[in-house]
Design a protein around this ligand. Structure first.
Ligand code: MN
Length: 405
């Protein structure tokens, strides 16, 4: 089977940015239509596609597993980055595998198959209105114009896990498989899409016309289309229409990427029903275990050292509070609490009572010569008694008048 591919994305007529992202790299074809305020939609669709591409390249895991991993990647980013909290994206994937096509799908982007001139929607929209149609509460026609037709009930990235629709088909020569975002199928009826796919046999031209007609119909959303044409023969050829595909080449990345400029919230679409986390949980520490243990040990040592110093100070304080002495303060005899000394510039004492007795007079008596160094007492009463004795001795020596009452 030979496959010819055309793919393009367009910002549309209304939006400031493109929140659709796609990859068209044989054998992996996928599109994601992001949603979420600020830059959320753009980030969600990009993470989904990049995760898918990266995991697909490893060759491990089934397609639904890859989609669930993409879901987890978007969800984790949404949890850790407040700026994109609550973002989500659709994800529709087609993988060519021999003569088969495997599909995986979440959301309201669509895969259509044009076979023998008939267009059939292959995927089911994970929208509220589609569920109502399935349950018989709404007709297909009512659903197409329902004001809340864009409310999604299944999205990639808003919950830790997601159910993934899995489909498989065997293409026949002449089949056309179209993957598109709602910016296309919301603007154009299925009949309109079928008409273009039937009339325009060249895939580039067909994709270009799909996008041009969606824009002409209002272009209220970003428009993305990937068209796979199946022919007899081998391999896939990817062709991007030059005019419609907005691609940029990034340094070191030889592959064209979807251009995504600044972005706005998805006006026409309600936020997905998911856990709207108001805050972001802290990121798990990336520090190696050994480093964390070292820090824990250091922290413990510091805590112990601080405790020792505190206990020493408290103990010293309590001890000093039991110590009394009589000494000199501002030239006068005084009663002190503490010790008549200082340590590292800190006085270990304070004045409790300052008397009117001149220290000079007391020191003139041999008994009190060393008053400046402090005469220690066992308690306050003893200190007071020393002061009283000084007063008496001075009076007895006539050097000092009787104490004032
Ligand atoms: Mn959209």
């Amino acid at each position: 089977m030979r496959v010819v591919v055309a793919a393009a994305t367009d910002i549309g007529q209304v939006r400031d940015g493109n929140e659709d992202t796609y990859v068209a790299e044989d054998p992996l074809f996928a599109l994601a239509d992001g949603m979420g305020g600020h830059r959320g939609g753009e980030v969600a669709s990009r993470i989904a596609i990049e995760t898918l591409e990266r995991l697909f390249a490893t060759g491990e895991g089934t397609l639904p597993e890859l989609v669930r991993e993409a879901n987890r990647a978007v969800f984790e980013r949404s949890m850790s980055d407040r700026a994109v909290s609550g973002m989500g994206t659709t994800l529709t994937v087609a993988v060519l595998e021999g003569d088969r096509v495997r599909l995986a799908h979440v959301g309201d982007s669509r895969a259509y198959l044009l076979r023998d001139g008939e267009l059939r929607q292959v995927t089911e929209d994970h929208t509220l209105v589609q569920r109502m149609v399935t349950e018989g509460e709404l007709t297909e026609v009512e659903a197409e114009v329902h004001p809340h037709r864009n409310i999604l009930i299944r999205v990639v990235g808003v919950e830790p896990n997601v159910d993934v629709d899995e489909l498989e088909m065997t293409p026949r020569p002449g089949d056309r498989l179209l993957l598109c975002s709602d910016g296309l199928h919301d603007m154009l009826s299925n009949q309109h899409i079928a008409r273009i796919l039937t009339a325009e046999r060249d895939p580039d031209t067909a994709v270009r016309r799909l996008i041009a007609d969606a824009n002409a119909a209002g272009g209220v959303d970003n428009i993305t289309a990937i068209l796979l044409d199946f022919h007899n023969g081998g391999g896939a050829e990817a062709r991007d229409p030059e005019t419609e595909t907005r691609t940029i080449l990034q340094p070191g990345d030889p592959r064209p990427r979807t251009a995504t400029a600044g972005t706005v919230g998805r006006g026409g679409r309600a936020e997905p029903t998911g856990p709207a986390e108001p805050g972001s949980p802290p990121r798990p520490s990336a520090r190696p275990l050994a480093a964390r243990i070292r820090w824990a040990k250091l922290a413990t040592s510091i805590a112990i050292a601080v405790a020792v110093v505190v206990i020493a100070f408290v103990g010293l304080r309590m001890y000093l509070d039991t110590q009394w002495y009589v000494g000199v303060s501002d030239g006068r005899v005084a009663v002190f609490r503490g010790m008549p000394t200082e340590v590292a510039g800190f006085d270990l004492h304070h004045v409790v009572v300052e008397t009117t007795i001149p220290a000079e007079d007391a020191q003139a008596l041999a008994l009190y010569r060393d008053l400046g160094e402090g005469i220690t007492a066992n308690d306050r009463a003893e200190a007071d008694a020393i002061v009283e004795r000084i007063r008496e001795d001075l009076a007895a020596n006539g050097a000092f008048p009787e104490p004032a009452p």
